[in-house]
Ligand binder design. Sequence first.
Ligand SMILES: C[S@@+](CC[C@H](N)C(=O)[O-])C[C@H]1O[C@@H](n2cnc3c(N)ncnc32)[C@H](O)[C@@H]1O
Length: 184
Amino acid sequence: MAEHVCPWWIGYLLLSPLRKLVHSPQRILSPHIEPGSIALDVGCAMGYFSLDMARMVGPEGKVVCVDLQEKMIEVLVRRATKAGVIDRIEHRVCGKNGLGIDDLGGKVDFALAFALVHEVPDAEDFFRQIHAVLRPGGTCLVAEPKGHVSEDRFKETLAAAKNVGLEPGETPKIARSRAALIHK
Ligand SMILES: C[S@@+](CC[C@H](N)C(=O)[O-])C[C@H]1O[C@@H](n2cnc3c(N)ncnc32)[C@H](O)[C@@H]1O
């Protein structure tokens, strides 16, 4: 069970330019996203990763950005508009127990869950929804903050993914994070 949802104002801190030094969106995401891809940024907050994802999918692709908090999405929309990539971003405010992505069944090439899974109420239910929207061969990158998530808890997270038919694979090195790629 999740204890805590990141307060909306933390969204601004997550946008700090200094973060690029440790969490370069280009380095972390470019191996997984191609022009024309359909990508999903779950728990996108104010879109630290989403804008770069939108550039990577290009004009033929789409990034679906989902967050529980309306304030996060409002700022994301403003930033994406200013950056000129709002045409490739679809934004959704979801409920705590459902991501509201059923319509994407089998269509998503790549899903990002960065610093999110420890906040969702039920990891297995979360991964069941991710499994449903990934296309066969699609990938989800799960990264959790080392400061909040122990090695054992991260193992439980990956076990939850495996229980619903996703296959944990490579473990990319991401600063201050425990990370894994999971595949459908
Ligand atoms: C720690 S922030 C990480 C934001 C972003 N992924 C990043 O790395 O910059 C976690 C985000 O997940 C959102 N969140 C928490 N629980 C959620 C849920 N059940 N469904 C969707 N979003 C959720 C929060 O509102 C918050 O914006």
